[in-house]
Design a protein. Structure first.
Length: 375
């Protein structure tokens, strides 16, 4: 562990090891650790354990970067065994956080995962009240937080929004396209000029009536590209930069799916791997090899996407099965039935009968069809 001395607030240029830089300043860091302090934790010890100079604490002239923020939050969570590290009266133990993570990873789309997240959180505590509200601009994720006395609620809301944005962007392999962010707080001002809300890349409404993220409806059908706990552990081990735009390394499967989905929206069903490889600035042989390394094949992805779209029509509409076949590019009903049965394991009519009453599947189907609208 790196050793630091703690001899009071430093002055830049005269105190070794603390150079002037942008980032979350020491005053904000002090507020961020307010819940941990109320629980009896030494904030400077938490900073040191996270590999951060403890002299940052409370110092308006010092700052931490996005990777240090991630480490500090994780350290505070572990020290308190509380995902919300002391901001609420009731602890949210890390074992529960792991269970919630597993529920996300089992989802297929962002829309499904955010709804699962909200249901899980609503069941945990009355101190947290997330909900989704339809809005003309998109889908608004409203968050209600009843924090304990003596902590800075505003910085906690900002941090939770950063977590939501970074986490779900990682899950889909690209940044979420937020329409707006609303916060009840006033615009935060730091002496070093750092704008902690810039990471969201969208309009920010300060002094708003509610704290909310507004999602682009087109993102709701975005498929998750990460599904395993091993990938989640790898993400945490990478020490992500929470101040950077979450680019994510999209898998070849996800990139191929994205291109094929674009062709599907144009009603082009039999696009070749040569065409997709050209769009991805790759070569057909190389794309096949890269997909094989991920346990995928081009033909399987193309067939699956077509089958998923057919399944969405069967559950989210009342279209006759013959019409569904036409909608996904089959001119012969018999050909559609054979291909769908091969993909789903049941006939189109049996699929509709079996899953029409499954609310989660119908919701996901509706989101998928919404994503099919031309941009």
């Amino acid at each position: 562990m790196t050793e630091f001395s703690d001899k009071g607030p430093p002055v830049f240029g005269t105190t070794p090891g603390l150079e002037k830089r942008t980032g979350l300043d020491g005053v904000a860091v002090k507020r961020l650790l307010g819940g941990a302090v109320l629980r009896g934790k030494d904030p400077r010890a938490l900073l040191q354990q996270a590999g951060i100079d403890p002299r940052v604490y409370g110092n308006v002239h010092a700052a931490i970067d996005g990777r240090e923020l991630f480490r500090l939050v994780r350290q505070a969570q572990v020290a308190l065994d509380d995902s919300f590290f002391g901001f609420f009266a009731e602890r949210f133990r890390l074992a529960l956080e792991l269970e919630r993570t597993l529920t996300y990873l089992h989802c297929e789309t962002f829309g499904e995962s955010i709804r699962v997240s909200i249901r899980f959180t609503q069941a945990l505590s009355e101190d947290i009240g997330p909900q989704l509200i339809e809005d003309r601009a998109g889908l608004k994720h409203v968050c209600v937080y009843h924090t304990v006395d003596g902590v800075d609620r505003d910085i906690f809301v900002w941090l939770r929004f950063v977590w939501i944005f970074q986490w779900f962007s990682w899950l889909i392999g690209r940044p979420l396209r937020l329409r707006s962010v609303s916060v009840r707080a006033s615009r935060p001002v730091q002496a070093n000029g750092f704008d902690r809300f810039a990471v969201f890349g969208c309009p920010i409404e300060y002094d708003a009536p509610v704290d909310a993220l507004c999602y682009d409806r087109a993102d709701l059908g975005a498929r998750l590209v990460h599904h395993t706990l091993a990938e989640f552990d790898q993400y945490n081990a990478s020490n992500p930069d929470w101040f950077a735009t979450p680019i994510g390394r999209s898998t070849w499967r996800a990139q191929t799916e994205h291109v094929l989905a674009d062709f599907q929206r144009a009603r082009i069903w039999s696009v070749s791997i040569d065409t997709v490889a050209e769009r991805l600035r790759s070569r057909p042989r190389r794309l096949r090899r890269d997909l094989a390394r991920e346990g995928e094949s081009f033909q399987h992805i193309r067939t699956r996407l077509r089958g998923e779209l057919a399944g969405a029509y069967l559950l989210a509409t009342e279209l006759p099965i013959t019409e569904v076949g036409y909608r996904v590019g089959f001119s012969e009903p018999g050909s559609f039935t054979r291909n769908f049965t091969e993909w789903a394991g049941v006939t189109p009519s049996d699929y509709r009968t079996r899953y029409k009453s499954d609310g989660a599947r119908v919701t996901a189907a509706t989101l998928l069809l919404g994503d099919q609208a031309p941009a």
